[in-house]
Each structure stands twice: as C-alpha cells, then as structure tokens.
Design a protein around this ligand. Structure first.
Ligand code: PMV
Length: 349
C-alpha cells in the first residue's frame, strides 16, 4: 500500500585545519592523540549536500555517494547510523504513539554529493559525515551535541558542525564524551581572512588518513613529541592569534604545523609522501613572497594530499593571485585552478 516517506536535505561545508589532527588514541571511538583547530569554509563553496529519506516501504538501508551506490555496511557509517537511531529512541517520550521513523521498521536511503573532488585530501569525509549526521538528526528530531557522533564517522567531521574557527578538544574520558568540537570564534570576527584552494591534483590520495594515522602512531616518535610537547602550546597561541586577528602569528603557526604534520608522515615507517613537486614549489613561492615583503602576508597548509590551501587577507589577495598566474601559467582553466573562498568569481577572472 501507499507508504509515507520522510525526507530532509542539508548541506555542510568543508573545514581546513590550521593545527592538524593526525593520529588516534582510540581507533573505534576515533579519539585523537592531539587537539586540532580549523576554519570552516563558506556554506556556498566547497560543500556536501545530503538527502536522507526513510520509509516503511524501503526494503533496507542504502547509500549513494556522488551518484554511485556504496556499501552501507561500512563500519564508520554504521557507527553514525546506530548512534543517531539510539539517541532518537532515547529522546522519544514514553507516551508517544506516533510511528517511530527512527526504528528499524523504517529503512533509510541516503544520497550525498560533493561539489569538489572526493578523497583528494580536500576534506570530503569531513563535510560528508557532518552533513549525514546533521541531516539524520533533523529527520529524527534529535537535538543537542552532534559532534561526537560525526567524529565517529570521520574525526575531522566533528569540526564541520560549527562555522568559523573551531577546535576539536582532545578530551580525557575513555568513552570519548568530552572529545567534542566547539567554536573558538565566529567567522564574522575576522572578515578580512581569505582562503584559496589550489588544486594541484584531483586524483585520489595515495594513502588514506585511516591507515596513514595508524602507521604513524605505531612508528613515529616525532608524532609522540608533537602530541605531548608541541600542540598544546600551539593551540593556545592559535586561539589568541585568531581572537586578536594577528595574521603574522596565525600564518606562521599554520605553516609550521602543516610542515610538522608532513614531517611526521616522513618520520612514519615506511614513510608517507603527500606533497609533490608542485606542492613544494608553492611552499617555496610563499616563503619568497613573504621574505620579499618582510612579513607573513600569505600562509599555506596541506592535508593528506598535494593540494594547497592558502590563507591570506583580502588586501594581499590581488597581488598574490597575480603572482600565482605568473608562476603557474594557465595550462589549467583559471577558475578550476584557483577557487577562492569566500572570494567572488569576478576576482578570479
Ligand atoms: O578526519 P580524517 O580521518 O579525514 O583525517 C583528517 C586529517 C587531516 O586532514 C590531514 C588533518 C585535519 O585535521 O583535518
């Protein structure tokens, strides 16, 4: 017979860390070895759009990513689905006799699309899991803290549930209930800040973050040193730089932390290489540019792939874009090459 379909669509933006998360102390709950801090990009730029639907007429849970059906039994995905269904049941009042759409009598269909390359070190899993968890919460009427659920999909996803500048706390409880994301400052507190994504390669990354982190935790002594002696101080300095809109400190710490993360990758045995020669050219270019001006006007950061993310201030952007076009003449269409966030397309042409 005719069965009702309940449906919700949400979008979630990508976040780019300036203090990197790398390494888990608990691989099941996804608890990090160090705190991290990121900037969430604009909602209308790099984002995931997810529709979740549930109905009694669906035979089983299913998921489509960028139009292709994927395996719903993926353990991380299952953690998120189970957690949110559990919360939905918990929050349902005892006297509620309406059909429980979060119960297993109603199966879920999930459909998720990215407007940027998937798994190319562009934080696709962060936006994806944040979006999935948020959409399911809306569908089932679950309110409150969702970052600990998104975290169990992909660690960095917990930070995409908030806008602006966001930290993911290390936490100390073994059950992970205090390893949550929280906003450090809203985006509006630093309106001059700009982000550029330089797509060096849209190919899938060579080593996924899950296996990379695992090997790093097992083999890298630098990772231990970083977690114990470096990141706590940097988190403090970074929060202060953001609150004071001190780009010198913000930019310098961002570059040093990216470099230390890639040094940990090199210290991993066998070593992991995410940067390529174009990434290295960008690093050199940024340092030459800053040295020429005698101050840090531009900063780079790289995740688990060769693509560069550039942080700068609006006042420096036109000149730096001009320099980029000079150094990397357009084999690549310009709008593909440089995607400015939240820069309007007009500034890129
Ligand atoms: O959340 P994951 O498993 O995709 O790991 C992300 C790790 C980095 O992007 C390299 C760093 C970070 O903090 O986002």
């Amino acid at each position: 017979g005719h069965q009702r379909v309940s449906l919700v669509t949400c979008t979630a933006p990508v976040n780019i860390a300036v203090i990197k998360y790398w390494g888990k102390r608990d691989e099941d709950l996804i608890l990090p070895v160090n705190a991290s801090l990121s900037v969430t990009l604009h909602q209308d730029q790099l984002k995931t759009t997810t529709t979740v639907a549930c109905s009694r007429s669906f035979q089983r849970d299913r998921i489509w990513l960028n139009g292709r059906e994927e395996d719903i039994s993926h353990p991380r995905l299952q953690s998120c689905l189970q957690e949110i269904r559990r919360l939905a049941r918990k929050r349902r009042s005892a006297g509620d006799h309406s059909p429980d759409i979060s119960s297993m009598s109603h199966k879920l269909h999930v459909c998720s699309v990215n407007n940027f390359p998937t798994a190319a070190g562009l934080a696709s899993s962060a936006a994806g899991y944040a979006c999935l968890v948020y959409a399911l919460a809306r569908l089932f009427g679950v309110e409150g803290e969702l970052s600990s659920i998104a975290r169990q999909g992909s660690g960095s996803a917990c930070r995409s549930l908030y806008g602006g500048f966001v930290q993911w706390n290390l936490g100390e409880r073994p059950d992970g209930t205090d390893s949550l994301a929280e906003q450090v400052a809203p985006e509006s507190s630093w309106p001059e800040l700009r982000v550029l994504i330089l797509v060096v390669s849209a190919e899938q990354k060579s080593v996924g973050s899950t296996s990379g982190m695992h090997t790093s935790v097992e083999t890298s002594q630098l990772l231990k040193h970083r977690a114990d002696a470096v990141v706590p101080g940097r988190m403090e300095q970074m929060r202060r730089a953001i609150r004071q809109r001190d780009f010198q400190t913000f930019g310098e710490l961002t570059m040093k932390d990216s470099n230390q993360f890639h040094a940990v990758c090199l210290d991993t045995y066998p070593p992991i290489f995410y940067l390529n020669h174009v990434s290295q050219q960008i690093i050199t270019l940024v340092h030459h540019y800053n040295q020429h001006h005698g101050e840090t006007k531009v900063a780079y950061t790289f995740d688990a792939g060769p693509n560069a993310v550039i942080y700068t201030l609006q006042e420096h952007l036109p000149e730096f874009l001009q320099l980029l076009r000079l150094v990397f003449p357009s084999e690549v269409p310009e709008e593909e090459f440089v995607r400015g966030l939240p820069v309007s397309p007009a500034e890129l042409s």
